[in-house]
Design a binder for this molecule. Structure first.
Ligand code: AKB
Length: 316
């Protein structure tokens, strides 16, 4: 049985991944860590420790205390926040990553950290972006993600650490809202559709970005970590995606269930510039071929589930 430590466990991915992994590997075998304790189920139904990822010793001591054999490093600032605070983003995103990789090297653990479609830039081919292609991002977040992918590959090649990663698109979930991302509009729109039947998008119409529903993202992490290493030609990181849409398309899908829903635009130039530098759609064929990646949810299936679950949450 695996013994897994997760950093950033109270964030958008972490808060759901901890619970999913606890059902798969057992509550006691998933050690959730974050910079604060919010009293949620993640902190209550299994081991939880306060760890600041910029504190290398605290991270190492916690991993050693629980004798973990897998590190899942999620703590990071997302694209829009990183653009507003680039030095903080460099220190947290890169400092946290190298500390986590050092834990993995010293304790000989498996290692996962997410990359992103943000690892691509304006000179990357825009449609069906290949797995191996030009990566010259123009954002601090993108610089962190490319450097992170290279660093993870370096730890594999130099030290034999079993590092694996996914280039996530925008992740959509009804559990924990994202914070400070460029793709967050695709989550906010569902909350606003239910609460106010209208949404003002900060991303302009016609702007296509890849997206994925959280259950598919969680399965992708577990499937990649369980994959036979001998089948992996790539490691850091695999393109994965479930759908690509622009704001009018998600609005039209919501309208099928809430006919009075209306959509307005008030474009935020900072986040629009980031979105414009990212692909319209990415090609996930390496992930499909090397470890059997698949996504269950398209835009229509995700919308049905999001609206159903969020109605219960918002009305509770
Ligand atoms: C963001 O928008 O910053 C993230 C991402 C695509 O990495 N959701």
């Amino acid at each position: 049985m695996k013994k897994i430590m997760i950093t950033g466990a109270l964030g958008q991915i972490g808060s759901e991944l901890v619970n999913k992994m606890r059902t798969v590997y057992g509550n006691e075998n998933v050690i959730a860590t974050d910079i604060r304790d919010n009293g949620s189920d993640v902190t209550q139904n299994g081991p939880f420790e306060i760890v600041d990822v910029t504190d290398a010793k605290a991270m190492f001591d916690t991993a050693k205390k629980y004798q973990v054999d897998t590190m899942i490093h999620l703590a990071a600032l997302l694209s829009a926040t990183a653009e507003a605070k680039p030095l903080l983003a460099w220190n947290l995103n890169m400092g946290g990553l190298v500390n986590a990789l050092e834990v993995a090297r010293e304790l000989n653990t498996q290692f996962f950290t997410p990359s992103s479609i943000g690892a691509f830039g304006p000179t990357t081919p825009k449609d069906q972006t290949p797995q191996d292609t030009i990566q010259r991002p123009t954002t601090m977040y993108g610089v962190n993600k490319v450097a992170g992918e290279l660093l993870c590959d370096y730890y594999y090649q130099k030290f034999g650490v079993d590092t694996r990663g996914l280039r996530f698109p925008g992740l959509i979930s009804y559990v924990t809202p994202p914070g400070g991302g460029t793709t967050d509009y695709a989550v906010e729109i569902y909350y606003e559709a239910i609460k106010n039947k209208t949404y003002t998008s900060y991303i302009n119409k016609g702007t296509y970005m890849d997206m994925m529903y959280m259950p598919d993202a969680l399965n992708a992490i577990i499937d990649l970590m369980e994959a036979d290493a001998s089948q992996l030609k790539h490691r850091n990181s695999f393109n994965v995606t479930a759908m690509s849409f622009e704001p009018d398309e998600i609005a039209a899908e919501i309208k099928k269930h809430i006919p009075e829903f209306t959509m307005n635009y008030d474009v935020d130039p900072v986040r629009q510039k980031i979105a414009d530098s990212w692909p319209n759609s990415i090609d996930a064929s390496s992930a499909i071929e090397e470890w059997g990646f698949k996504a269950e949810y398209d835009l229509s299936k995700m919308t049905v589930d999001m609206l159903e679950k969020l109605k219960l949450k918002v009305n509770a």
